[in-house]
Design a protein around this ligand. Structure first.
Ligand code: FEO
Ligand code: CA
Length: 674
C-alpha cells in the first residue's frame, strides 16, 4: 500500500512530492532523517532545485509501487542506459547465451591441461596425478594481472567438486554415506580444488589463448601445496597439529569461492565453506557430530565444523577432527598468492580473520592504506572490512606485509542508515580473557564469536562486497529463507527472503578506511510483478532484467556495476538460469537492470572480471548440468555423469558437463560497454 505525500524541503524552500510505501515504514533505514536530508545528501542541491522528486530518487527511497507511481507522474524524458547493449531474453536451456554483438568463447575447461606435460582430459581414466596438471573443477573467482599489453596471468579459484557429474557410476555420495568414495577418488577431488594460475595472451584477432608452456602456470591444491601463515594467529597454540608442531605451515586451501587481486598484483583466494571438509566418527543419537569431548567445541559449533560434506577425513587424518582438532583452525582464511613468482609459498593472512570468506576485494584509502572487504557467507553472519596500518609502496614484500598488520572490523548497519565498522581488537570491550580471548590470535581464529559480542548486524548471507575506489562499496546479500518476520531489520528488510538484495555503502568522506558511513538498499531482488515478493527495481527494468540471488559482482573501468547470480535450487522460483546483469547505480536509471549473459542449465555465474581496458570480460560457469529437484523442463531428475542436464560446453557423447571460463569480447573490438 502506498500513499502520496508532500514533503517540505526547508533548506531550499521547495516542496518535494514523494510517495511513501506503508509496508516499508517499520524497516525504512531513513525514517529518522527528513526526506529533505536524504534527498539532499544523495542527489545534491541540483535535483532539489527542480522542485520535484524524480523517478530515480523515488526508486532509491521507496518501494516498487511507489516507483511506478512516480514514473507516471514524472516527465516522460527517456534517459539512455549507460550499458550499450540490447538485453537478452531470459530463459534456461542447455547452452549459454550472450547479448548480440558479443562473443563468449570458451578459454579453459575442467580437465584442460595447463602445463606442457599435462595429459589430455580423459573423463573415464581420471587420476590425481593428471588432475594436478589440468584445470580444476568449479571455477569461481577469476582475476587477471597484466604482464604486458595483451599478455597476463589469469588466476582462477576452483571452489568445490560435484562427484555425481564428475565421476562415472557414482551419484551423490553425501546421500549414501560416501559408500562409493575411495582414496583415489578423494585425491582426485582434492587435486581438482584450489586454484590455477595460467598465462594467457591476446592474438591478432583479439582472441585470447592459454600459453601452455609458460613457466608461470601452476595449480594450487589442498593435496600438495604448502602454505605458511602470517599475522596474529601464525604459530598460535591453537594452530599446531601433529604434522606441524610450529603452527606455521599447512598443506593447501579449499572451497575457494571468490577472491580478489591486490593493488600490487597478487591473487587473494578466499576460503569459504571449509567446515564441510571436516569429518568425525563421534556422533550422537541423531548422527550429528558429538562435540562434548572436543577442546575446540565452542568455535566448532559456531563455525559448523565438522560438516561432513566430503569423505576426505575418511582417508586423510588431518580432516578428521577426532584426530586433529586444531586442523579446522588452519582454514577459513584469506590466502595470498604471488602469480609472478611460481616458487613463492602462498601465505594465509590471519589478520583478515577466520570465517567463511566469500571474497576479498581490495581498494586503497585516501592515504594509501589497503582496505579489504569480505563477506561471511552464512545466514545471519557478518560483513567485515580490513584496513592495513601502513600504506602501499613500490616494494612487493612490504606490500604483502600490509596484510599482516592492520585492523579487522565487523559492520553494524543501524536503522537510521548509518554503518559503523567495529574493530576486532583483543582487550577492547568484550574481547577479553573472561570471554575466551587470550590474545589477538584468539580474536582472529574466533572472529565470528568476537563479532557476535560486538553486536555486528546478522545479514542475509553476505557474498561479494565490491569497493569502487570512490568510497562506495556494493554488498551482495544473496538470500535468507530462514529469517522470520520478527527478525527483520532495516538492512535485511524481508522475511523468508528467497531473492536477496544489494546494499550500497558510502564511507564517510569518501574514504574506504573510514570507520563509519551511510548505507542504502540499491535493489531488492525478485519478480517485481508479484507484489508479495516485495521487489524494488527501477521501473524501467524489464521482465528479462530482474534477477534473484546476487552473488558475485564486478566494477568495470568506468565504474559501472555488473552482477552475477547464484540461485542454487531457488532457480525454480524464478525459472531463470543464472546470469550476468548490468545494474545502474547512478542517475535516473539507478536500480535498472539488464540481462547480458545467461548460463547453461544448472550453471552458476562466477567471475566476472574485466581487464584494465574493459575490452575483455572473463566469466566463469561452475557446476553446469547440475540441477535441483526439477530440471529446466519441469521434470524431476537428478543429474549424473551418465545423464547430466546438459553436456555443455563440449556436447559430445560420453563427455560430462565441464565447468569453464569464458572470454567475452565485443565483435569488432572496443570496450564491453560504452
Ligand atoms: Fe561460494 Fe558464497 O558462494
Ligand atoms: Ca560466490
Amino acid at each position: 500500500m502506498t500513499r502520496r505525500a508532500i514533503v517540505n524541503d526547508p533548506q531550499h524552500g521547495n516542496k518535494a512530492e514523494a510517495f511513501e510505501a506503508f509496508d516499508d515504514i517499520p524497516t525504512n533505514p531513513n525514517l529518522s532523517r527528513t526526506i529533505g536530508d536524504i534527498i539532499n545528501a544523495r542527489y545534491g542541491r541540483r535535483n532539489m532545485l527542480k522542485g520535484f522528486l524524480g523517478v530515480s530518487a523515488a526508486t532509491a527511497l521507496f518501494g516498487t509501487s511507489a516507483m511506478s507511481a512516480a514514473k507516471n507522474a514524472a516527465a516522460s524524458a527517456t534517459v539512455p542506459s549507460r550499458y550499450s547493449f540490447d538485453e537478452l531474453n531470459w530463459g534456461n536451456d542447455e547452452t549459454h547465451h550472450i547479448a548480440d554483438g558479443y562473443d563468449a568463447d570458451v578459454l579453459l575447461r575442467w580437465g584442460d591441461p595447463i602445463t606442457a606435460q599435462g595429459p589430455a582430459f580423459d573423463p573415464m581414466n581420471q587420476s590425481a596425478e593428471a588432475q594436478l596438471k589440468q584445470f580444476g573443477y568449479n571455477n569461481d573467482y577469476v582475476g587477471y594481472t597484466e604482464l604486458a599489453p595483451g599478455r597476463g596471468l589469469l588466476c582462477v579459484n576452483h571452489e568445490y567438486t560435484n562427484e555425481e557429474v564428475m565421476f562415472p557410476g557414482l551419484g551423490r555420495q553425501d546421500r549414501v554415506g560416501f559408500t562409493g568414495m575411495t582414496r583415489e577418488l578423494v585425491d582426485i577431488e582434492m587435486a581438482a580444488h584450489g586454484g590455477t594460475v595460467v598465462e594467457i595472451t591476446r592474438g591478432g584477432e583479439g582472441k585470447w589463448s592459454v600459453v601452455r608452456d609458460s613457466a608461470y602456470n601452476r595449480r594450487i591444491t589442498p593435496l600438495n601445496t604448502a602454505m605458511t601463515f602470517s599475522g596474529p594467529a601464525a604459530g598460535h597454540q591453537r594452530m599446531k597439529t601433529s604434522a606441524d608442531p610450529d603452527g606455521m605451515t599447512v598443506i593447501g586451501t579449499m572451497n575457494n569461492c571468490a577472491g580478489g587481486m591486490t593493488p600490487w598484483g597478487t591473487y587473494l583466494m578466499a576460503e569459504e565453506n571449509f567446515h564441510g571438509y571436516f569429518w568425525t566418527d563421534v556422533v550422537n543419537a541423531d548422527s550429528d557430530p558429538d562435540l562434548s569431548a572436543q577442546p575446540e567445541a565452542r568455535q566448532m559449533k559456531r563455525y559448523g565444523v565438522p560438516g561432513k560434506w566430503y569423505a576426505w577425513g575418511k582417508f586423510h587424518d588431518r580432516f578428521n577432527v577426532d584426530k586433529e582438532p586444531n586442523e579446522p583452525n588452519r582454514f577459513g582464511w584469506i590466502v595470498e598468492v604471488d602469480p609472478r613468482n611460481p616458487d613463492a609459498m602462498p601465505v594465509k593472512h590471519t589478520a583478515l580473520g577466520r570465517f567463511r570468506h566469500e571474497g576479498a576485494e581490495t581498494t586503497l584509502s585516501k592515504d594509501g592504506r589497503v582496505v579489504v572487504y569480505s563477506g561471511d557467507d552464512n545466514r545471519f553472519d557478518y560483513l567485515y572490512k580490513y584496513v592495513s596500518r601502513g600504506s602501499v609502496s613500490d616494494d612487493p614484500a612490504a606490500n604483502s606485509a600490509l596484510l599482516s598488520d592492520g585492523t579487522l572490523h565487523a559492520a553494524r548497519f543501524d536503522e537510521d542508515g548509518r554503518i559503523e565498522w567495529m574493530p576486532l581488537i583483543h582487550g577492547a570491550g568484550p574481547l577479553s580473557a573472561e570471554n575466551g580471548f587470550n590474545d589477538q590470535g584468539d580474536v582472529m581464529i574466533d572472529a565470528r564469536i568476537a563479532a557476535d559480542l560486538l553486536g555486528a548486524t546478522p545479514m542475509d548471507r553476505p557474498e561479494d562486497a565490491q569497493p569502487r575506489g570512490d568510497g562506495t562499496a556494493y554488498v551482495m546479500l544473496t538470500n535468507n529463507t530462514r529469517r522470520k518476520p520478527d527478525r527483520v531489520d532495516a538492512a535485511n528488510p524481508r522475511p523468508d527472503s528467497s531473492f536477496g538484495h544489494i546494499i550500497e555503502i558510502r564511507e564517510a568522506e569518501g574514504d574506504h578506511a573510514a570507520t563509519s558511513g551511510t548505507w542504502s538498499i540499491l535493489v531488492k531482488c525478485g519478480d517485481p510483478s508479484i507484489a508479495e515478493v516485495g521487489a524494488q527495481w527501477n521501473p524501467e527494468t524489464s521482465a528479462n532484467g530482474w534477477f534473484g540471488s546476487p552473488d558475485n559482482c564486478a566494477i568495470d573501468a568506468d565504474g559501472r556495476l555488473w552482477i552475477a547470480t547464484d540461485q542454487g535450487s531457488d532457480w525454480a522460483k524464478t525459472g531463470k538460469s543464472d546470469g550476468l546483469y548490468a545494474l545502474e547505480t547512478e542517475g535516473e536509471l539507478r536500480g535498472h537492470s539488464k540481462l547480458f549473459f545467461r548460463c547453461p542449465v544448472g550453471g552458476e555465474m562466477c567471475g566476472p572480471y574485466f581487464t584494465p581496458d574493459s575490452e575483455t570480460l572473463f566469466l566463469a560457469v561452475q557446476h553446469p548440468g547440475t540441477v535441483g529437484t526439477k530440471d529446466f523442463k519441469g521434470f524431476e531428475r537428478s543429474s549424473t555423469f551418465e545423464d547430466p542436464a546438459t553436456r555443455w560446453p563440449d556436447f559430445a557423447d560420453g563427455v560430462p558437463p565441464r565447468p569453464s571460463v569464458l572470454v567475452v569480447t565485443r565483435q569488432g573490438g572496443g570496450k564491453i560497454a560504452v
